[in-house]
Every structure is written in structure tokens, then in C-alpha cells.
Design a protein around this ligand. Structure first.
Ligand code: ADP
Ligand code: MG
Length: 243
């Protein structure tokens, strides 16, 4: 079976700054892989290379067998299969939750208004905020706004989801609602690559945990291995600070 994501010897330089220094990582279809590591270790850059928001300096990235690093690739077609959720929700402030979830469906997928609205409502229900369809972002809590952003990504019908610290901007009491939605998605079989500092989530939900430091993968294994019984000093030092 084709892997959802295959990353081979990925390098990314920003000028002289070598941010990714040879990353090899595979995410199988249906797997949840959590990426952990200190600030500046290259986690966001890695995620952004998967859908070519950053262009790799060297190496290969394949999404569902399609090489996104091939200059002839139809990157828009690949991006349509990938949902992305960021730390900042990036909702349109002048649009309701419903409209925020409809707009890309209409503009990008050319869905009609009726169909887009129906799919939007279904996905707002799916993330537990069906009753907030008519609310504007400013009327919603951070956790609710992030769930709108997740619904917006899901409404596009992605095969896989990338999450970049989706709960880092939230007040602590709102983190659980967003993690619960992500856990449900994982249970439904969604393929997910998740950068997170939520060790409880990683431990319970991830099939694999990848620890990055200094642009390389230091450890890659089951949550019990990497979080429960880390082999490298760098991993142990990091975990001591976040656990
Ligand atoms: P993390 O997500 O693990 O905190 P990042 O991938 O955001 O790490 O950043 C890794 C390094 O790459 C940092 O030193 C950061 O300053 C640098 N970096 C990230 N994006 C850019 C960019 N667009 N231009 C220049 N440097 C960048
Ligand atoms: Mg980051």
C-alpha cells in the first residue's frame, strides 16, 4: 500500500541556516504521528515542506505516492488532499463560522452554495459546534475558533491532516476540547501528522512519536519508547522540561 507521506533525506536551508539536515520519515495511511521537540528545531518547517509551503533545498517528499518535490507536479491537486491547521486560526473576522467553512469549498472546489453549506454544517457538528454556525470569530472562544478551523479543513475532504501546534495559542482550559476533536478524528482513521507539546495526547493517540532537535530526527518510535523510555540524552533533557 502507498504511504500517506514519505520524506527522504530532506534538507532545508534558509541562507546559511540549515534548518532541516537530512530528515527521513514515513507516515502510513491511517497513522497518527506526533512530532515533538524544542522551539527552533525545524518542526514547522518540516510540516510546511510536506505541502510545499516551503520548498525543500534537497531530498524528496511524496504524498500518497506523488512526488511533491518534482517540478512538474500539480501541487494544487496534492494540496487539496491535505488539510492544515495552524496555531493561529486565521479565520475571516467578517464571516460567520458557517461562511468560514463554506468559502474555500466554493472558491477552490467550485461547490454550489447549497452543497457547501450542507457540508459545512455537517463538519461544524462533527467538531461539536453545530450551534455556533451563525457566530462570528470574535464571539467564539479560542477553542471554538480552532474547531471552526478544523471543520474548514475537513470540509475540503482531505486524505490527511497536518497540525502545527493547534493548541499552543489556547487558554489551558480550552485545550481539551480541541484535543478531543483530534482524538476523534484519529479514531475515525484520519492520517495525521501533528506537531504538539501535549505529551498526554502524543502518548495516548500517536502510533509513533518523532523527537526532533537541531534539524534532525533524534528518536522515532512508539510513544512508550520515545516518551516512556527515551534512549538519547537530548530526548531525556527535552522531556524533563515539558513533562
Ligand atoms: P519549530 O517549529 O521547531 O519551532 P521552525 O521550523 O519554525 O522550528 O524554525 C526552525 C528554524 O528555521 C528557526 O531558526 C527559524 O528562525 C528558521 N526559519 C523558519 N522559517 C524561516 C523563514 N521563512 N526564513 C528564515 N528562517 C526561517
Ligand atoms: Mg513551529
Amino acid at each position: 500500500m502507498t504511504n500517506a507521506i514519505e520524506i527522504r533525506d530532506l534538507h532545508k536551508h534558509f541562507g546559511k541556516n540549515e534548518v532541516l539536515r537530512g530528515i527521513d520519515c514515513t507516515v502510513e495511511t491511517g497513522q497518527v504521528v506526533c512530532v515533538i521537540g524544542p522551539s527552533g528545531s525545524g518542526k514547522s518547517t518540516l510540516l510546511r515542506c510536506v505541502n510545499l509551503l516551503e520548498e525543500p533545498t534537497r531530498g524528496k517528499v511524496l504524498v500518497e505516492g506523488v512526488e511533491v518535490t518534482d517540478p512538474d507536479v500539480d501541487i494544487d491537486a496534492v494540496r487539496r488532499r491535505i488539510g492544515m491547521v495552524f496555531q493561529q486560526f486565521n479565520l475571516f473576522p467578517h464571516m460567520t463560522a458557517l461562511q468560514n467553512v463554506m468559502i474555500a469549498q466554493q472558491r477552490v472546489l467550485k461547490r454550489g452554495k447549497k452543497e457547501a453549506e450542507q457540508i459545512a454544517r455537517t463538519n461544524l457538528e462533527r467538531v461539536g459546534i453545530g450551534d455556533k454556525a451563525g457566530s462570528y470569530p470574535a464571539q467564539l472562544s479560542g477553542g471554538q475558533q480552532q474547531r471552526v478551523a478544523i471543520a474548514r479543513a475537513l470540509a475540503m475532504g482531505p486524505d490527511l491532516m497536518l497540525f502545527d501546534e493547534p493548541t499552543s495559542a489556547l487558554d489551558p482550559e480550552l485545550v481539551g476540547d480541541v484535543l478531543a476533536v483530534m482524538r476523534k478524528l484519529a479514531e475515525e482513521g484520519m492520517t495525521m501528522l501533528v506537531v504538539t507539546h501535549e505529551m498526554g495526547f502524543a502518548r495516548e493517540v500517536a502510533d509513533r512519536v518523532v523527537f526532533m532537535d537541531g534539524g534532525v530526527i533524534v528518536e522515532d518510535g512508539s510513544p512508550d519508547q520515545v516518551i516512556g523510555d527515551p534512549q538519547q540524552e537530548r530526548t531525556r533533557t527535552f522531556l524533563k522540561r515539558v513533562l
